[in-house]
Design a protein. Structure first.
Length: 319
């Protein structure tokens, strides 16, 4: 009897190792918390190519939208921890939602990091009717006209919302938040002048900047953006720490074997270096940036601490 018990225990302990050696035997699904077309969806589709090439199985992108990403997060958190269901996570959802929502069915501990895929820098634009050409002029105007400047976002808790709230804290200014359901309606109202300030990714406003319909005044990143090389970073203008590189990364359900995680992360590391993947990302205004599972875990910890502080001090809650 004792030998039988030992045999059963040994077989149980060997299951993850055997599974990892065989993985994958069927297609992998990447669940995306936003509709097709945005940076998160694009990054997930970029990642699907190296995963397919490196692992020899098809990778399918499944857009599960709604509830500020929480539908997708709940789905992946509850999925079997076998490596076949992954989450394309957006930095602000991952680091910010736990501070904005009550009664969430997931926490950051519900997931294991696989790899960071890409980052998307943000640019601050203003309507030309606002007589400012840089951040210092914006601060001076906002202080002279408290509560008179409106800024747009694609929803409460989004990068533009939390980012401008951070800027308000850093500059001790008062601007009014006007949330929209998506970046499209937000951009339209900025173009019309109904709202004056918007923070977004460069590709979505490049044409308007070139036509003089919007004015770019700062890049909220560690370096200038190649699409708008003449626009200085916030740090160059004296606003050190105003960096809003939104990242997209892949996560697996908690409990997924480490060997399976490592196998996927290695495939991504190799595949994301492909010139065609880098060029596709650059064309969409995002930067391929790989981080392994350990480094990504550290990024999540740091971002959660930072953004939860911003969210709490600004009193931001989800609508």
């Amino acid at each position: 009897m004792f030998r039988k018990v030992l045999a059963v225990l040994a077989a149980t302990l060997l299951v993850p190792a055997v599974h990892a050696a065989e993985f994958p035997t069927h297609p992998i699904t990447i669940v995306v918390p936003v509709p097709p077309g945005g940076i998160v969806d694009l990054a997930a589709r970029l990642a699907s190519e190296p995963l397919t090439r490196g692992l020899g199985q098809a990778t399918v992108v499944d857009n599960r939208t709604g509830a500020s990403g929480n539908i997708a997060y709940n789905m992946v958190a509850a999925a079997p921890p076998d490596g076949y269901t992954l989450l394309a996570s957006y930095s602000m959802y991952h680091a910010g939602n736990p501070s904005m929502f009550t009664g969430l069915h997931w926490t950051k501990e519900s997931f294991k990091p696989v790899a960071m895929i890409a980052v998307a820098p943000q640019v601050m634009v203003v309507h030309p009717s606002l007589p400012v050409h840089n951040l210092k002029e914006l601060v001076a105007y906002a202080k002279a006209h408290p509560g008179e400047i409106n800024y747009a976002s694609q929803g409460s808790g989004s990068v533009p919302h939390i980012g401008i709230e951070l800027f308000k804290q850093m500059s001790a200014t008062d601007m009014v938040h006007v949330p929209y359901k998506g970046s499209g309606p937000a951009i339209q109202d900025v173009l019309s002048g109904r709202v004056q300030v918007f923070l977004t990714t460069p590709p979505s406003v490049m044409g308007h900047i070139q036509q003089g319909k919007l004015r770019a005044i700062a890049v909220a990143s560690s370096a200038r953006h190649p699409m708008i090389p003449d626009v200085p970073t916030a740090a160059e203008q004296g606003f050190e720490g105003f960096e809003l590189d939104a990242w997209v990364a892949l996560f697996a359900p908690a409990g997924t074997p480490d060997d399976v995680i490592a196998k996927m992360s290695t495939a991504l590391q190799k595949g994301l270096q492909s010139p065609d993947v880098i060029e596709k990302a650059r064309g969409a205004g995002i930067e391929v940036r790989y981080q392994d599972q350990k480094t990504l875990g550290e990024t999540v910890e740091a971002d959660t601490k930072h953004w939860s502080g911003v969210i709490t001090s600004a009193g931001i809650t989800a609508n």
